[in-house]
Design a binder for this molecule. Structure first.
Ligand SMILES: [Zn+2]
Length: 90
Protein backbone atom coordinates (compact mmCIF):
# COMPACT_ATOMS: atom_id res chain seq x y z
CA UNK A 1 0.00 0.00 0.00
CA UNK A 2 1.29 3.44 -0.99
CA UNK A 3 0.73 6.26 1.47
CA UNK A 4 0.92 9.75 -0.08
CA UNK A 5 3.06 12.24 1.79
CA UNK A 6 1.31 15.23 0.14
CA UNK A 7 -0.66 17.49 2.47
CA UNK A 8 -4.43 16.90 2.31
CA UNK A 9 -5.08 20.42 0.93
CA UNK A 10 -3.73 19.23 -2.45
CA UNK A 11 -6.72 16.95 -2.89
CA UNK A 12 -9.19 19.80 -2.63
CA UNK A 13 -7.38 22.32 -4.85
CA UNK A 14 -6.72 20.85 -8.30
CA UNK A 15 -5.15 24.03 -9.70
CA UNK A 16 -1.41 24.13 -9.09
CA UNK A 17 -1.38 27.94 -9.32
CA UNK A 18 -4.12 28.41 -6.71
CA UNK A 19 -2.33 25.84 -4.58
CA UNK A 20 0.87 27.80 -4.87
CA UNK A 21 -1.03 30.98 -3.89
CA UNK A 22 -2.06 29.35 -0.66
CA UNK A 23 1.53 28.25 -0.05
CA UNK A 24 3.18 31.56 -0.98
CA UNK A 25 0.24 33.99 -0.64
CA UNK A 26 0.95 35.56 -4.04
CA UNK A 27 -1.76 35.91 -6.71
CA UNK A 28 -0.46 35.68 -10.26
CA UNK A 29 -2.94 36.47 -13.07
CA UNK A 30 -4.16 33.22 -14.53
CA UNK A 31 -7.23 31.43 -15.81
CA UNK A 32 -8.35 27.91 -16.54
CA UNK A 33 -8.81 26.01 -19.75
CA UNK A 34 -12.57 25.79 -20.42
CA UNK A 35 -12.28 22.15 -21.40
CA UNK A 36 -9.75 20.44 -19.15
CA UNK A 37 -9.47 23.06 -16.40
CA UNK A 38 -5.71 23.27 -16.64
CA UNK A 39 -4.26 26.57 -15.43
CA UNK A 40 -3.04 28.84 -18.23
CA UNK A 41 -1.57 32.32 -18.26
CA UNK A 42 -4.15 35.10 -18.45
CA UNK A 43 -4.82 36.28 -21.99
CA UNK A 44 -7.60 38.10 -23.84
CA UNK A 45 -7.49 35.81 -26.86
CA UNK A 46 -6.67 32.35 -25.52
CA UNK A 47 -9.25 30.55 -23.41
CA UNK A 48 -7.95 27.03 -23.96
CA UNK A 49 -4.63 25.39 -23.22
CA UNK A 50 -4.00 23.45 -26.44
CA UNK A 51 -5.21 22.74 -29.98
CA UNK A 52 -6.59 19.43 -28.72
CA UNK A 53 -8.84 21.30 -26.26
CA UNK A 54 -9.86 23.75 -29.01
CA UNK A 55 -10.95 20.84 -31.21
CA UNK A 56 -12.84 19.26 -28.33
CA UNK A 57 -14.56 22.59 -27.67
CA UNK A 58 -15.58 22.94 -31.33
CA UNK A 59 -16.98 19.38 -31.33
CA UNK A 60 -18.90 20.15 -28.15
CA UNK A 61 -20.41 23.36 -29.51
CA UNK A 62 -21.40 21.60 -32.76
CA UNK A 63 -23.12 18.83 -30.81
CA UNK A 64 -24.84 21.41 -28.59
CA UNK A 65 -26.13 23.24 -31.69
CA UNK A 66 -27.60 20.00 -33.07
CA UNK A 67 -29.38 19.39 -29.75
CA UNK A 68 -30.79 22.92 -29.75
CA UNK A 69 -32.26 22.31 -33.23
CA UNK A 70 -33.71 18.98 -32.08
CA UNK A 71 -35.33 20.69 -29.09
CA UNK A 72 -36.83 23.41 -31.30
CA UNK A 73 -38.18 20.76 -33.67
CA UNK A 74 -39.74 18.86 -30.76
CA UNK A 75 -41.35 22.00 -29.36
CA UNK A 76 -42.71 22.86 -32.82
CA UNK A 77 -44.13 19.34 -33.23
CA UNK A 78 -45.76 19.47 -29.79
CA UNK A 79 -47.38 22.84 -30.47
CA UNK A 80 -48.53 21.63 -33.89
CA UNK A 81 -50.09 18.52 -32.32
CA UNK A 82 -51.83 20.68 -29.70
CA UNK A 83 -53.40 22.85 -32.38
CA UNK A 84 -54.23 20.00 -34.74
CA UNK A 85 -55.52 17.53 -32.15
CA UNK A 86 -59.15 18.82 -32.15
CA UNK A 87 -59.35 18.42 -35.95
CA UNK A 88 -57.70 14.98 -36.04
CA UNK A 89 -60.45 13.36 -33.94
CA UNK A 90 -63.27 14.26 -36.35
ZN1 LIG B 1 -7.21 22.19 -21.89
Amino acid sequence: MIISKQPTINYFIPCPIVRSIIMTEKIPQHMHCQICGKAITASDTETMCSDECKQRYQKLTKRRKVWVYIMYALIFVMIAVLFLAPYLGK
